[in-house]
Design a protein around this ligand. Structure first.
Ligand code: ATP
Ligand code: MG
Length: 565
């Protein structure tokens, strides 16, 4: 298929794409969707062949460290052989068949990547879950996905056993552990004798590949169905946004439970023949992250805005010299322009913001070679027709705020989800004319750059003004006393609703006189942004409520406001 040809042309020179403009990048984009596509065979095994004949640099395909001196490095060939063994365990010891749902709840250990590839090879449907799930969450996921198999470790196996009798579809359990456990197939034991001969199933491009849970920023996480072409769609991220080549080493810090990890730690780097780098850190520790970036030849780094916020607050006074880092990206939430600036001051690197959803691949991005406008999400991905729409589905002109929509009719674009699993009414409710409505508000400027305003639910309507919290938060965060903030609507007898800011103070400011400080912060916002946006109410709190992946849950703060009055 066309994409393999495109890859081959590039990896020989292994130079970055170096597009001179957004238009030249768009012109480069040409992706034929083959009838059959399986990422394991059509991408990974292709790289193995290239590796064998010396047509790929001697960069590992997978490089894992745990910070305690343990290290794993696999070539594409080793990844292939180990994942074929794993695939045989899935079909034999776990009796799984093509199309069977498999839940994988593992921390960032190498077996998680093997499980991903083994599911691709067997055509089983991968459902990743975060290790922070409780017994109740696991039951919800097992039942709602009708999983036939679960793969997890010692820590979570007892929780699975406690609920397994309530899950009638669950017929096999695979444990990643040094110890055996009754009723469980032991992966490490089985790997010792499993055969590494396996023939990959020939999956259709539109056959179900995985189910991903959304982050749950606005409520219970939703289940999103993706087909085998998802991996192909993610070449858009890999080639245009992450700027990856086979010489690159890519580190993305997100948790194994989210689609973001499929994006940036599986499909996007591997389709480009790059190395997937993983530092197994149970928690995001800024100092360890900075040290790893200095010590290892990581060239491309991706973290959520909350990660960058922690990094710039921690020891960034000094100038960091990273060994090989050349490209930094962020996605998942808007990133405050101030953080981009601080990061640039201490590293001389820009942060290329991208915007997307679990439902999609990258929707908008700042692509290499494009001028960055700090605070903007960049321009639409070449794979999507992205427009700003009014409530009737009309396309709005530049400068006008509306809903971000992606054209999905007559043809659903590549990398686009199939449906919200078990929720057909939700699936239809996101359609407006021939567009899918993302639930996010934005406007496009005269140059075609998109500017995120807010999630539709987060918009504040005060005295006839529409206010997006992010702009106010960015103004607040510029004040030296503010470590982090979240802005929501709060009831007001005259204005209907007003802007309220929840602020986490920097430690040095906690002892300051609070009323005085509030006034000072309010004055600061009035000066930095249009005065009508300033927070009329301010509350200092110790911590902001966040999702597991670190996103601010404004809806929790908002709900409290509206309940107490
Ligand atoms: P849920 O749908 O369960 O409430 P979620 O929307 O946070 O959770 P994800 O699919 O992980 O789940 O996140 C996608 C959303 O994240 C987008 O719809 C958008 O609101 C936000 N987002 C992602 N990237 C950006 C960005 N660069 N700027 C602003 N918002 C972003
Ligand atoms: Mg969402």
């Amino acid at each position: 298929p066309g994409f393999v040809r495109a890859l081959h042309k590039d990896y020989r020179t292994a130079t970055p794409q170096n597009f001179s403009s957004y238009e030249s990048m768009k012109k480069d984009f040409k992706l034929e969707i083959p009838e059959y596509f399986n990422f394991a065979e059509d991408v990974l095994d292709q790289w193995t062949k290239m590796e064998k004949v010396g047509k790929r640099p001697s960069n590992p395909a997978f490089w894992w460290i745990n910070g305690n001196g343990e290290e794993v490095r696999w070539s594409f060939e080793e990844l292939g052989s180990l994942s074929r063994k794993f695939a045989n365990i899935l079909t034999e010891a776990c009796s799984l068949k093509r199309g069977d749902p498999v839940i994988v709840i593992l921390p960032k250990i190498p077996e998680w990547w093997l499980a991903n590839v083994a599911c691709l090879r067997t055509g089983t449907v991968l459902i990743p879950g975060t290790t922070q799930l409780t017994q109740k969450d696991i039951l919800y996921r097992l039942q709602s996905s009708k999983a036939k198999c679960i793969i997890t470790n010692d820590v979570l196996a007892p929780a699975v056993d406690a609920v397994a009798s309530k899950c009638e579809n669950l017929h096999s359990k695979l444990i990643v552990s040094q110890n055996s456990r009754e009723g469980w197939v032991n992966l490490k034991e089985m790997m010792k004798c499993a055969s590494d001969t396996h023939s990959c199933v020939k999956t259709k491009h539109n056959e179900m590949m995985g189910i991903f849970f959304t982050s749950g920023t606005t409520g219970l996480p939703k289940m999103i169905g993706h087909t085998h072409s998802f991996g192909l769609g993610l070449s858009v991220n890999g080639r245009y946004w992450l700027d990856l080549t086979p010489l690159d080493v890519m580190w993305n810090t997100s948790d194994t439970g989210w689609a973001k990890t499929a994006w940036s730690s599986v499909f996007s780097p591997w389709i480009q023949g790059s190395c997937v780098f993983v530092h197994y850190l149970p928690h995001f520790e800024p100092t360890s992250v900075l040290q790893t970036l200095s010590k290892f030849p990581i060239t491309v780094f991706c973290s959520a805005p909350t990660g960058y916020r922690m990094l710039v607050q921690n020891d960034m006074e000094r100038t960091w010299k990273f060994k090989s880092l050349k490209h930094c990206v962020s996605a998942g939430e808007p990133i405050n322009p101030e953080v981009i600036e601080q990061w640039r001051n201490s590293t001389s690197l820009d942060i290329y913001e991208g915007y997307g959803q679990t439902e999609t691949v990258l929707i908008c991005g700042n692509f290499k070679g494009m001028k960055i406008k700090p605070g903007s999400m960049g321009k639409p991905s070449p794979a999507f027709n992205v427009k700003i729409l009014d409530e009737n589905g009309n396309v709005l002109p530049p400068g006008q705020e509306g809903d971000i929509g992606i054209q999905v009719l007559p043809n659903r674009p590549l990398g686009f989800f199939t449906h919200y699993v078990d929720n057909p009414s939700k699936t239809t409710s996101t359609l407006r004319g021939s567009f899918y409505i993302t639930g996010d508000r934005a406007y496009m400027d005269e140059d075609g750059y998109f500017w995120f305003v807010a999630r539709s639910d987060d918009i504040i309507l005060s005295s006839g003004y529409r206010i997006g919290p992010f702009e106010v938060e960015s103004a607040l965060n510029e004040h030296p006393s503010v470590a982090e903030s979240a802005v929501v609507r709060s009831p007001d007898p005259i204005r209907g609703e007003v802007v309220k800011a929840f602020i986490v103070l920097n430690p040095d400011y906690k002892s300051h006189e609070q009323e005085q400080l509030k006034k000072e912060i309010q004055e600061h916002v009035k000066k930095t942004t249009a005065p009508y946006k300033y927070p009329r109410k301010v509350e200092f709190i110790e911590e902001l409520p966040k999702t597991v992946s670190g996103k601010i849950k404004r809806n929790e703060l908002r709900k409290k406001e509206w309940k107490t009055t």
